[in-house]
Design a protein around this ligand. Structure first.
Ligand code: LLP
Length: 864
C-alpha cells in the first residue's frame, strides 16, 4: 500500500494564507491534486506564517516591545480565526498559550538563540493550525503534523552559533525510511509548517529567509514527490522582475541549473536554496499563481529543452565589493588561500571574483550575517594585515542568465555599449557558462534593466519566440483582452457574427478605417505624391476608396497592373507606378507601352535590354546598404536582399542610362516593411536627395512604404507626427524635389479582420489547442514571420474566465499555428466565431489553396 502512494507537495506563502478565499483555493487545489493522482494520491501542504507575522516575531526575538507585540499577534490570529468562522478559543488555546509563555521564559533575558528560534517558529505553527481547522470545517479530511518531527537541522563545519540555530540546512537525501514512516499518517491530505525544523541538540531550528520554499523542497525530496508546487502571487518565474519590466516574459520551462542561477541572482519567487534538494532527488518544481491557478506557470526539471540564449536579467542591490591590493605578495604561494581563510573565519561566503596582477576583488551578497553584525569592519581589520583593503559599497550586480553565454557575445554589442556608459567595477562570467555579471554603483542601476531587456529581445540574444522556453509577457497576462486602442470591430460585433453565420473563413474590411488612415497621410504637407502599394490588399472597393482619397497605385506585376486598369479604369497612367522585381522583359515592355512610371533596379536590366528602355524616362530603385523591418524576411536592403542597385554602381548606371538615352527622373528606396522608427524615412530622404543632386535629371524622390501598425497589445501606433517632422526638416534643404510615398500596410492592415470558426478543442501533453477553420492557408503571416495578430472569441468577447491556449488551423503542418499562449475564454466551444485582428494587409493576398482548402470569402463594410 505504501508503495502506491504518490505525493505532491504544495507550498503557500504568507499572502496566500492570510485571506479566507485563498484558503478555499488551497482546499480545492489539495483535493484536486490528491484525486488527480488516483488511488494513493497524497498531498502535503506546507505553509508560511500570515503575512507580516515573521517580521513581528523577529522584533520579539530581538527583545523589542515583547509583551505588546505578543498581544497584537494574539489579536491578529484571533481576528483571522473569526474571519474563518472558527471557534478560536478551542482551536488556538494551546498555541496562544505557548506564544505567551515565551515572554516569561528565563532564556528571554539573554536572547538565547534557542529561545529566538522558538519565537520565530510561532507564526507557521499558528497559521497551519488555523488552516487545518478551517479546511476541516469545510469538509476536507486533513491531518496536521509538526515539521519538527520530520526535518532535522544538519550541523555544518564553519557555521557560526547564530547560523547553526537560525539559518540551518536539513538532510534531504539518503533517508529512504522517511517516506515509509511519513506514509503512516492517517489522512491523504496533510498540512505542515515551512521555515522550521528540529535542532539535533533539542528544540527548534530555523531555516532562514525563504525557508518555506526550502521546507517544501526537503519534504518533496524526502517523499520522492511527483512535484513540488510553489504557489505564489505571480504566475511564474519571469525574464526580469515584471513590476519593473512589464515586457518580461514568463519562463515556461527551465532546467534546475538555470533556475538556480535566476533565483540566486534576483528572482524573488523561489528561494535558491530550495532547488538543490529537488534536483538531487529528481523532483520537478512548479511555480504557480494562487489567484490564477489555471495558468501553466514555470516548470523546472532536468528534461527541459536546452534552449540557447539569455533567459533572464536581474539586478541585486546592496552588494559589497572588497578590493584587495596585494603589492608584491600576489606571487607568493598560498596568498589567496590566506585571504580566503579570513573570509571563512568571519562566516562570509564569496560570490564573484575578479583578479589582476596586483589586485583581487570579490563580491559579497547581502546575507543575514553581513546585515546583522559588524562583520565587515572586523573582516577589513584582519585583511589589512596581509593587503591593502578597500570596501566599495553599495553596489549593484546586473546579471544575465542563460545557456551558452559565451557563444552569444556577438549579440550583446548594445549591452556592452550600455555598460560602457557606467562605471563597471567587476565583470564575471561563470565557468558553467550560465551567467554574465556586471557590478556597478548602485545609483547607476536605475532604469537600466528595462533598457537591457528590450535590447536583448531586439538583438535576438533572448529568443522569446521560442515558445517551449518563453510564455506570454506580464503585460499580456495583466491586460488580458483589454486592447489599448479602440478598434472599429468592437462596435460591430453583431454584424460580424451575422456575416460569420453566412460562411467562414471570411475577411471583412472596414472602408472607413482605410479612408481615415489615407486622410492622416494626406495631411503631411511635405509629401507631394501618395501611392498605395496594392500588394498589401488589391480589393477593388479599397482601391477605389483610396483613389477617391487622392492616392495613386503602386503595382509590382503585370497582373496587378491589369487588375488596376480593370477595376479602377478612371485612374490615369501617370497615377500608376510599376516597381517589379526580377520580372520578365515582356512585363516592362507592356508597362512602358501603357505609359505608367516604370522603376528599374539593376545595371544588368539596362545592359541586356537597352532597346526596351531607349528614349524612355524611368525611376531607379537603389539599395542604401541596410534593411529594416519587423522580420528578416521583409528587409529589402543590404547584401542579403535581392532588391535595388547597390550604391557602388550608381555612377556606372547613370553613365549607361545616358549612353542609351534613358532619362532617370525618380529615385526610389524601400528598405523594408513594418518599421516603427519614424526617423528611418528622414534618413532615407536625406540619402536619396544627396544622390539625386549628382544626376541632374532626378526630380522625384520615392521614400517607399514600410510604416508599422500596432499588432501586439502593447504595440504603439506609428508616430506619424515624428515621421512628418523628419521629412519637412530635410525638405527645407531640397525645395526643388518632389517627395513620393508608397505605403501598403499602414493604410489597410487595421481595416481588416479574418472571421473563422472553432472546429475542435483538444488537450495534448498539457497544451490546450483551439482549432479554427482557417490556418496558414488563410493567413500565412504567423507561420511565415512569427507575426502576432490579436485573436478574440467574438461569441464570448466579454468572458472573464480565461485560459491559455494555442490557436491552430486545419493544415497538415506543425507550423500551422495562428497564435501561441493566448488567453481565450475557458468556455470556448465548437462553432464559436474567432476574430483575427489587423489582417487587412498581406492577409487574403497571401492566402492559398494548400491542402486544397477553399480561399476565404472577402467583403467590405462601411462603418461610418
Ligand atoms: N514599396 C515596395 C517597393 C514594396 O516592396 C513594399 C512592400 C511596399 C512599398 C509597401 O510596404 P508596406 O508599407 O506595406 O510595409 N508580406 C509581408 C510584407 C512584405 C512587403 C513587401 N513589400 C508582411 O506580411 O509583413
Amino acid at each position: 500500500m505504501t508503495r502506491a502512494q504518490q505525493w505532491i507537495v504544495l507550498k503557500f506563502g504568507g499572502t496566500s494564507v492570510s485571506r479566507r478565499h485563498r484558503w478555499d483555493t488551497i482546499g480545492k487545489l489539495a483535493v484536486q491534486r490528491a484525486q488527480s493522482q488516483g488511488e494513493g494520491g497524497r498531498v502535503l501542504i506546507v505553509v508560511s506564517a500570515l503575512s507580516g507575522v515573521t517580521n513581528e516575531l523577529q522584533a520579539i526575538a530581538a527583545g523589542d516591545a515583547v509583551e505588546t507585540r505578543i498581544e497584537q499577534l494574539e489579536q491578529r490570529h484571533r481576528e483571522f480565526g473569526a474571519e474563518l468562522g472558527l471557534d478560536v478559543d478551542t482551536v488556538l488555546t494551546e498555541r496562544l498559550a505557548s506564544l505567551r509563555a515565551l515572554a516569561s521564559d528565563p532564556r528571554r533575558a539573554s536572547l538565547a538563540l534557542d529561545w529566538q528560534a522558538e519565537v520565530l517558529a510561532q507564526g507557521e505553527l499558528l497559521s497551519s493550525t488555523l488552516g487545518a481547522a478551517y479546511l476541516r470545517s469545510q469538509g476536507v479530511d486533513i491531518g496536521w503534523c509538526d515539521a519538527r518531527n520530520w526535518l532535522t537541522a544538519l550541523q555544518l563545519p564553519n557555521q557560526s552559533a547564530w547560523s547553526s540555530r537560525l539559518s540551518v540546512n536539513c538532510q534531504a537525501v539518503g533517508k529512504p525510511e522517511f517516506r515509509e514512516s511519513f506514509a503512516q499518517q492517517p489522512t491523504s491530505i496533510l498540512i505542515t509548517q515551512g521555515f522550521i525544523a528540529a535542532h539535533p541538540e533539542g528544540g527548534t531550528a530555523i531555516l532562514g529567509r525563504g525557508g518555506s520554499d526550502t521546507s517544501a523542497a526537503y519534504f518533496g525530496a524526502l517523499l520522492q514527490a511527483q512535484a513540488v508546487e510553489i504557489w505564489t502571487d505571480v504566475p511564474g518565474m519571469f525574464t526580469a522582475n515584471p513590476r519593473e519590466v512589464p515586457d518580461a516574459r514568463i519562463l515556461s520551462r527551465l532546467r534546475y541549473g538555470e533556475a538556480q542561477e535566476i533565483a540566486t541572482t534576483g528572482a524573488k519567487v523561489l528561494h535558491p536554496r530550495s532547488i538543490a534538494p529537488c534536483r538531487d532527488a529528481g523532483v520537478p518544481i512548479r511555480i504557480l499563481d494562487t489567484e490564477n491557478p489555471d495558468l501553466p506557470g514555470t516548470r523546472i526539471d532536468a528534461q527541459a529543452d536546452p534552449v540557447q540564449g539569455v533567459k533572464a536579467i536581474s539586478a541585486r542591490k546592496g552588494i559589497v565589493l572588497v578590493s584587495m591590493e596585494s603589492i608584491g605578495m600576489w606571487q607568493q604561494v598560498g596568498f589567496l588561500a590566506d585571504i580566503f581563510a579570513i573570509f571563512r573565519q568571519h562566516g562570509l561566503s564569496i560570490d564573484l571574483i575578479g583578479s589582476s596582477e596586483t589586485n583581487v576583488t570579490v563580491s559579497l551578497d547581502p546575507s543575514d550575517n553581513l546585515m546583522n553584525s559588524d562583520v565587515l569592519s572586523k573582516l577589513s581589520a584582519d585583511l589589512s594585515k596581509v593587503c591593502i583593503v578597500k570596501v566599495i559599497a553599495p553596489c549593484a550586480a546586473v546579471t544575465l542568465v542563460g545557456r551558452g553565454m559565451r557563444s552569444l557575445l556577438h549579440k550583446l554589442s548594445d549591452i556592452w555599449a550600455t555598460f560602457g556608459k557606467e562605471r563597471v567595477h567587476l565583470i564575471s562570467q561563470s565557468s558553467n557558462d550560465l551567467n554574465l555579471t556586471f557590478v556597478i554603483d548602485e545609483e547607476d542601476v536605475e532604469g537600466l534593466i528595462p533598457a537591457i531587456h528590450a535590447s536583448l529581445i531586439k538583438s535576438g540574444a533572448m529568443p522569446v519566440l521560442n515558445r517551449q522556453a518563453f510564455g506570454p509577457s506580464w503585460r499580456e497576462l495583466k491586460e488580458g483582452r483589454v486592447e489599448p486602442h479602440p478598434r472599429w470591430w468592437e462596435q460591430q460585433v453583431e454584424q460580424l457574427l451575422q456575416i460569420a453565420a453566412e460562411g467562414t473563413p471570411a475577411y471583412v474590411y472596414d472602408v472607413a478605417t482605410v479612408r481615415a488612415r489615407a486622410r492622416n497621410l494626406a495631411e503631411i504637407a511635405s509629401v507631394d505624391a501618395r501611392y498605395f502599394a496594392i500588394k498589401a490588399n488589391p480589393h477593388p472597393q479599397l482601391l477605389n476608396a483610396l483613389v477617391e482619397e487622392g492616392f495613386g497605385l503602386e503595382c509590382v506585376s503585370l497582373a496587378e497592373l491589369r487588375h488596376v486598369r480593370q477595376h479602377v479604369p478612371q485612374l490615369t497612367p501617370q497615377q500608376i507606378l510599376f516597381t517589379p522585381s526580377f520580372a520578365p522583359r515582356s512585363e516592362y515592355i507592356e508597362a512602358l507601352a501603357q505609359g505608367v512610371t516604370v522603376t528599374i533596379d539593376s545595371l544588368e536590366i539596362l545592359e541586356r535590354w537597352p532597346d526596351v528602355f531607349r528614349g524612355q524616362s524611368v525611376w531607379l530603385r537603389v539599395d542604401l546598404g541596410h534593411g529594416e523591418g519587423h522580420h528578416d524576411k521583409v528587409k529589402t536592403g543590404g547584401a542579403e536582399a535581392k532588391f535595388g542597385l547597390p550604391l557602388a554602381k550608381f555612377e556606372a548606371f547613370l553613365q549607361l542610362a545616358r549612353r542609351h538615352q534613358v532619362t532617370v527622373t525618380g529615385l526610389h528606396a524601400h528598405l523594408g516593411s513594418g518599421i516603427d522608427n519614424p526617423d528611418h524615412w528622414r534618413q532615407v530622404f536625406a540619402s536619396l536627395a544627396g544622390l539625386a543632386e549628382l544626376s541632374g535629371s532626378i526630380s522625384t524622390i520615392d521614400i517607399g512604404g514600410g510604416m508599422s501598425i500596432p499588432y501586439t497589445p502593447d504595440g504603439k501606433p506609428f508616430d506619424l507626427q515624428a515621421y512628418a517632422h523628419g521629412l519637412s526638416e530635410i525638405r527645407r534643404n531640397y525645395p526643388g524635389l518632389r517627395v513620393a510615398i508608397e505605403p501598403g500596410r499602414y493604410l489597410v492592415a487595421e481595416s481588416g479582420v479574418l472571421l473563422t470558426q472553432v472546429t475542435q478543442i483538444i488537450e495534448k501533453d498539457g497544451v490546450l489547442r483551439i482549432g479554427a477553420n482557417a490556418g496558414m492557408n488563410a493567413l500565412l503571416r504567423p507561420s511565415l514571420y512569427d507575426a502576432y495578430h490579436g485573436i478574440f472569441n467574438l461569441s464570448r468577447l466579454h468572458d472573464t474566465q480565461l485560459q491559455l491556449t494555442d490557436i491552430v488551423g486545419p493544415i497538415c503542418e506543425s507550423g500551422d499555428v495562428l497564435g501561441h499562449d493566448r488567453l481565450m475564454p475557458a468556455a470556448t466551444s465548437e462553432g464559436d466565431v474567432l476574430l483575427i485582428a489587423d489582417t487587412g494587409a498581406y492577409g487574403m493576398v497571401m492566402a492559398n489553396h494548400y491542402n486544397l482548402r477553399d480561399l476565404p470569402r472577402e467583403l467590405c463594410i462601411e462603418t461610418k
